[in-house]
Design a protein around this ligand. Structure first.
Ligand code: PLP
Length: 286
């Protein structure tokens, strides 16, 4: 049994109901956020909250977010996840319920607020050590993917293309540039230089991406935030994806071709170790 939050109440997931006229259902008119918790302590909560507020503002959804931190904590507790090594809370806010017409409802309606908590299982270390594969998929998304909307059909199709190919990740490519994954950000490593696409309207500004960029600089690595040409990947020594439910995931083959030597490289390893150390410290109250 899982306990979810819907519009002010906690309930069994099986009891949660959304009216058919919810604009999330009809138009994907809403946003979402996923925040990780390490042994019950939410990680980078402020950054996730700020991105949520920015998204609400962009979509002009007027939602009361004041109690949401409490909702996050309670969802972990209600679902027995307060001591879980890693868990996350998914939160979705839509414009609410109104008769179907494209423009916003004339009279204000209450946004629909839904959230659930789930454990996250990190891959076993032997699996991580072998690395993961990715396939390139054309990016078919709209021009504001910096807003974390629930309209994810191109991401769904891209991730399914990865699953169909038997690999972990889809690398979205547009105009010869490797942008990001279907649900994570992409990094390439050249020597000791870590490269990732700059923040703009063509990628989601991943919270993990920002954290890893800062961490790489702290570790003395050079970081370049610039577009990565697909042709450059043939010269990359390493590649990896980052995300809340990806953490730092090494990519050792793209479209069947080895990245660098075709194994997990030292920079990716260093970044993952540092990431684990920091989330561990955070979980311990640091
Ligand atoms: C398209 C896309 N890029 C990147 C990310 C990674 O963002 P974060 O690190 O905030 O989880 C996500 C997360 O869902 C995503 O959907």
């Amino acid at each position: 049994m899982s306990i979810v939050y819907l519009n002010g109440a906690f309930m069994d997931a099986a009891e949660a109901r959304i009216p058919v006229e919810d604009r999330g259902f009809l138009f994907a008119d809403g946003i979402y956020e996923v925040t990780p918790a390490y042994r019950g302590r939410f990680f980078l909560m402020d950054r996730h909250r700020d991105r949520l507020l920015k998204g609400l503002c962009e979509l002009r959804i007027d939602a009361d977010t004041s109690g949401l931190a409490g909702v996050h904590d309670r969802l972990l507790r209600e679902n027995g996840l307060a001591d879980e090594e890693v868990a996350y809370v998914y939160l979705q806010i839509t414009r609410g319920v109104a008769p179907r017409t494209h423009a916003f409802p004339k009279a204000p309606v209450a946004p629909t607020v839904y959230a659930f908590a789930r454990p996250y299982r990190r891959p076993d270390r032997e699996v991580w050590d072998r690395g993961f594969e990715a396939v390139m998929v054309p990016d078919r998304r709209w021009a504001r993917v910096d807003i974390k909307t629930i309209a994810l059909l191109p991401n769904v199709l891209a991730q399914q293309a990865a699953v169909d190919a038997g690999v972990a990740d889809a690398l979205l490519v547009r105009d010869g540039i490797a942008l990001e994954g279907a649900h994570n950000n992409f990094f390439a490593v050249f020597g000791e230089t870590v490269v990732t696409h700059p923040k703009s309207n063509v990628i989601l500004h991943g919270i993990t991406r920002g954290y890893v960029v800062d961490m790489a600089r702290d570790l003395g690595l050079e970081v370049q935030e610039r577009p990565i040409q697909v042709e450059e990947l043939a010269r990359a020594d390493e590649a990896f994806f980052t995300g809340t439910t990806t953490e730092v995931r090494p990519t050792v083959r793209i479209d069947g071709r080895p990245v660098g030597k075709g194994g997990v490289g030292p920079v990716t390893r260093r970044l993952f170790e540092a990431f684990l150390e920091r989330v561990e410290r955070h979980a311990a109250g640091g």
